[in-house]
Design a protein around this ligand. Structure first.
Ligand SMILES: CC(C)(COP(=O)(O)OP(=O)(O)OC[C@H]1O[C@@H](n2cnc3c(N)ncnc32)[C@H](O)[C@@H]1OP(=O)(O)O)[C@@H](O)C(=O)NCCC(=O)NCCS
Length: 174
C-alpha cells in the first residue's frame, strides 16, 4: 500500500481544475454510498464548474480545498455560508477522499487545514456538518478532530433499497 507521503498538496481550487474536478466528483459520487447526490444527479458541465469555482475563490466566507497528488485530485472539501447577519458566523462543509486514498490521513489533513482557516477568519466561528448515522468512518474522523453531536434528523435519508438512516448534525467552535 502506498504510504501517505508529504507529496499530498492542499490548495484552493482554481478555474483550470474544472474538468479534473468534475471527473473526480463523478467517480466519488459513484462509489461513495454516504453522499446525498448520486452520480446520475450530478450534471455540472465544465463551464458551470469553472463558474462555481470562481464564486468560491471570490467569496471571503467560502472555500473549495483540494488535496492533490501530482496532477491528480485525491480529495476535496468545500464550504458554504449563509451570509445573513444572524447566522453568518456559522459555516457548513462537505468533504470526500478518492477511494484508493482513504484511510491514509488525507481526510484529516483537509479537515485540519479547513478548521485552521476558519480559526483565522474574522467572522466565522462555528463549523457545522451533516453526516449519515451509518457513515462510521466519517463520524470517527469528525470526532477525532473535535466535532460534537448536536442533533439528529430522524430518518431524514432514504437509500435506494428503502432503508432509512438518521442525519446527524455535528459542530465545532475552532
Ligand atoms: C470520510 C472520509 C472523508 C475520511 O477520509 P480519510 O482520508 O479516509 O480519513 P483519514 O485517513 O484522514 O482518517 C482520519 C481519522 O478518521 C477515522 N477513520 C477514517 N477511516 C475510518 C474507518 N474506515 N473506520 C473507522 N475510523 C476511520 C480514524 O479516526 C482516523 O484517525 P487515525 O488515522 O488517527 O486513526 C472518506 O472515508 C470518504 O471520502 N468517504 C466517502 C465520502 C464521505 O462519506 N464523505 C463524508 C460525507 S459526511
Amino acid at each position: 500500500m502506498r504510504a501517505l507521503s508529504d507529496q499530498i498538496i492542499l490548495r484552493e481550487a482554481r478555474s483550470s481544475d474544472a474538468g479534473p474536478l468534475n471527473e473526480y466528483i463523478r467517480e466519488t459520487f459513484a462509489d461513495a454510498n454516504h453522499l446525498i447526490t448520486r452520480a446520475a444527479e450530478f450534471r455540472m458541465g465544465r463551464w458551470r464548474q469553472r463558474f462555481w469555482i470562481a464564486r468560491k475563490q471570490s467569496s471571503p466566507y467560502e472555500i473549495c480545498l483540494l488535496a492533490t497528488s501530482g496532477d491528480k485530485i485525491v480529495g476535496m472539501l468545500d464550504s458554504w455560508t449563509d451570509r445573513r447577519h444572524r447566522v453568518r458566523h456559522s459555516t457548513c462543509f462537505a468533504m470526500s477522499v478518492a477511494k484508493d486514498w482513504r484511510g491514509r490521513g488525507v481526510g484529516k489533513k483537509l479537515l485540519l487545514h479547513f478548521t485552521e482557516w476558519v480559526q483565522k477568519h474574522e467572522i466565522l466561528e462555528r463549523i457545522e456538518l451533516h453526516v449519515h448515522s451509518d457513515n462510521l468512518a466519517a463520524i470517527a474522523l469528525y470526532r477525532a478532530v473535535g466535532f460534537q453531536e448536536e442533533g439528529i434528523r430522524k430518518n431524514a435519508v432514504r437509500y435506494e433499497d428503502g432503508r432509512t438512516v438518521d442525519d446527524h448534525i455535528m459542530a465545532l467552535w475552532p
